[in-house]
Structures are given as C-alpha cells and as structure tokens.
Write a protein that binds this ligand. Structure first.
Ligand SMILES: Nc1ncnc2c1ncn2[C@@H]1O[C@H](COP(=O)(O)OP(=O)(O)O)[C@@H](O)[C@H]1O
Ligand SMILES: [Mg+2]
Length: 425
C-alpha cells in the first residue's frame, strides 16, 4: 500500500505557526500535520502535543525520533539558537531552519554585524561595547542613540535613548544588571525612514525573496506606546514590488548567504531582513532566522506556490535554484487582537465570542487562546488572535479585516485601528 501522505511536524504555539499549518495543509500532497505544542486553532489541522514546549530541544528531538516525520518546521528562534536543527539532523530528520552556527545571526547582534561587515551588507554603523563607560564613549553625544543587548531578548533588548541619562540606564540594565544574560552591547547609528520586512527562503546557496510586508510593533495607534510582538501587518508594500524585492535581496540577503557558506556554516531556512528604507537606500536593522510574526499571517494567504515543496527544497543544498514563486495579486491585512494589560502583562480567562461569525473569506489564526472544560475559547496570552483579509487593493483588504475583527469580542480586547491606513504607493 502506498502511504504517500508526508508527515510534517511544526514547532511553536503562535499565530505564525497556525498560518504555517494552514498553508501546509493547502499542499496538493495533503500532509499529515503534527504540532508541538500547538494551540487550539492549530488543533483543527494537526495532532498537537501540548506538553512538548517549543524551547525544550530534548523533548522536540524525542518526539521527532518517535514520529519520524518527513520534515520538521521550526517556528520560533529560541530552539534554533539552542541547536535543535543540528540535533534533528543528527537523527537523520530533515528540518526547515538553520543550524545553531547559522542561527547566531539572530542569537548575537554583534556576530550579525560582523558577518554583515564581511559581506558588505549595508547597515547602521556600530560599536560593540562591554562597559557602560565604553558605551557612553561610543554614543559620542549623538542622540537618539540605539542601544541593543547582544543576545536574544524576546523583543525587549533594544532601547532608543533620547539623551545621556536614558543611554546610561539602558547600558546599565544590559551590562551591569545582566538583563537577558548579555555581556556585550551593540551601540549603533540611528536610522531614519520607513521600516520593511523582507523574507527570503534560503537553501545554503540561493536566497529567494517572498513579497514585502510591514509590521506594526507599538501597542497604540500612531506608533505610540511600548513595543509588542507585533499588532498588525500588511502585504505587499506598494513601494516594494517583486522586482524591487529581488533587487534588495541581491544586495542584502544574497551576500549574507554567500558569506555564511564561505565560512562553512551555510544558511538554510528563512532569512528575515528587518530593513530601514533610508534616503541612501535600504539598510539592515537586524536579521532574524525564522518567519516573522505577524508578517507571516499576511504573507502566506497570498502564496500560491506549494509551501511544503519550498520548505523541503530549502533543506537541500541548492534545492531552490531557479524557483519562481507564485502570488495572489490581491493585498492582505492582518490585525492582532491582544488581551487586557498587554504588553506589560496579559490577562487570561476572558471568554472569546464571535469567531464562528467570520466568513470564509477571512483567515483566523490563534495565538494566546485556550479551551476551557466546556470547550469554550478563552484568552490565554498577550496576543490572542489574528484576523487576516484579502482584497483587490490595500484599502479594501483593510476594510474587510476590520469588518471581520469587529465580529470578535472579549473583555479587555485591544486592537490598533490604523493598520495599513494611509499607506502611500
Ligand atoms: N539603528 C536603528 N535606527 C532606528 N531605529 C532602530 C534601529 N535599530 C532598531 N530600531 C528600532 O527598534 C526596533 C527593534 O530593533 P531590532 O534590531 O529589530 O531588535 P529586536 O527585533 O530584536 O527587538 C526596530 O524594529 C526599529 O523600530
Ligand atoms: Mg526586530
């Protein structure tokens, strides 16, 4: 008997992983999906393993060794930086995601800067410092100053300091109080312009761009308030069409992939360039080594190509050579619904109503949700749900997304009202 259904294990529990599961489930090869830990939304598409946490490398390896999937897709950065891809590869299991050595591009901002310099990739000028006084000297009284903890910090390791006092406070937090276990800090030039997320699929040799997206990091309208994991996104950016995306990839992603290959640590997986579109051209703010959240929720519903085939191709050296991606030409907008108190805290247990009222043209992805004993959906995290809509243009996609999100209610719900508003072509 031919059991041709490939088994795919997805690692992670957010809306990004739910969007990956949705896109993989559209594959013509009808994969059997597994997810660890997964969430209540993913559970509709995959067998979930709620006890296998995404940062527990041993548990992931054990599950993969038992289930023996054709492919493991790693959503978040923490297991990658811990070396989950190397461990799975040792067990002969294919994995979408970079090795520990290549994941250092996200795991250490100082290392990433060093590789960018070697590769000639445009980025903010910088100095790596190990003490507060070195940091103050490096800032050289230029404000705002950008101060970044070297290691992973779950989005809380960057301070844009308006003056010397704020700079000193940030340097002290990172270098003296050892917030995020960091022993060094990157002090860098402040860049001005529009931010753009551009992802590329990489096979160790080639970098194939996805379409552009923009995300909104601050909690409140008008980019006010503290940073979050991301409150919304849209795709594509009207000023970054496919040919511009290809040109940026040739200038930004490809040299980095070449340099990592030259070093004997080839990059396989998703290379995320966070860019500032400056008057002097695009400059890198940072690289991440996995799909972004919430850009992925806006991008994948537009992808017409078979995601499973692409992720598999990326695991093989040169496997993406000549690949052309096919896209839905419509625009998409993703709105995040966050819980009471987010991002400082998050309230769990609020009853979520209205998800069943979303029409088939809307895509709902779960992040911080849980089912109670009666099977009702409740909040269980900071970012709770994301709603994505397509439309013939950005304003219609935006109207569709807000109409859909308006159907969903829970106490304390927070949503920005200005996602994809006033975007100029
Ligand atoms: N050099 C810079 N100039 C201006 N803004 C910056 C700069 N570096 C970072 N930022 C801002 O800070 C945010 C977070 O920085 P980033 O390097 O992406 O760190 P992380 O995502 O790891 O928190 C960016 O999205 C951007 O808005
Ligand atoms: Mg970032």
């Amino acid at each position: 008997m031919n059991t041709a259904r490939p088994k795919v294990l997805i690692i992670g529990s957010g809306a990004r992983e739910h969007a990956l599961a949705q896109a993989l489930s559209r594959s013509a090869r009808d994969p059997e999906l597994l997810a660890a830990p997964g969430n209540p939304g993913i559970a509709a598409l995959a067998r979930t393993y709620p006890d296998v946490k995404a940062d527990d490398v041993d548990a992931i390896v054990q599950l993969a060794a038992t289930e023996n999937p054709e492919l493991v897709v790693i959503g978040p950065e923490v297991p990658l930086v811990k070396g989950v891809a190397d461990r799975l590869t040792e067990h002969g299991i294919s994995v979408f995601g970079p090795s520990r050595a290549a994941a250092r591009l996200e795991g250490s901002k100082a290392f990433c800067k060093e590789v960018m310099a070697a590769a000639g990739v445009p980025t903010a000028s910088h100095t790596v410092v190990k003490s507060v006084e070195q940091g103050i000297t490096a800032v050289a009284a230029r404000y705002p100053a950008v101060i970044k903890a070297d290691g992973l910090a779950a989005g809380k390791g960057v301070v844009i300091a308006a003056d010397a006092q704020a700079a000193r406070e940030a340097l002290t937090e990172f270098l003296v109080k050892h917030k995020f276990d960091t022993t060094q800090v990157v002090v860098e030039e402040y860049l001005q312009g529009q931010e753009c997320s551009l992802f590329a699929l990489c096979d160790g040799v080639n970098a194939i761009p996805l379409q552009s997206a923009q995300d909104y990091k601050r909690i409140h309208d008008g980019d006010r308030g503290p940073n979050t994991g991301g409150m919304g996104s849209y795709s594509p950016m009207p000023n970054i069409d496919s040919s511009r995306a290809a040109a940026i990839t040739a200038q930004i992603h490809q040299p980095l992939v070449d340099e990592m290959r030259r070093r004997g640590t080839p990059f396989h997986g998703l290379l995320y360039a966070g860019l500032m579109l400056t008057p002097a051209g695009p400059k890198v703010i940072e690289f991440n080594v996995r799909f972004g959240d919430p850009e992925t929720q806006a991008l994948l519903p537009r992808l017409r190509s078979d995601l499973l085939g692409l992720l598999e191709a990326a695991t093989r050296t040169g496997g993406l050579k000549g690949v052309q991606l096919s896209w839905d030409q419509r625009a998409s907008v993703t709105l995040v619904l966050a819980s009471h108190g987010y991002p400082e805290s998050s309230r769990s247990g609020d009853l979520i109503a209205g998800t069943e009222r979303l029409g088939p043209e809307l895509v709902l992805t779960h992040a911080g949700t849980a089912r109670d004993e009666q099977g009702r959906l409740r909040t269980a995290g900071g970012r709770v749900l994301a709603v994505t809509a397509l439309g013939p243009d950005l304003p219609s996609a935006r109207a569709n997304a807000y109409a859909g999100a308006g159907e969903i209610n829970f106490d304390g719900s927070q949503m920005r009202t200005d996602i994809a508003a006033g975007v100029r072509a």
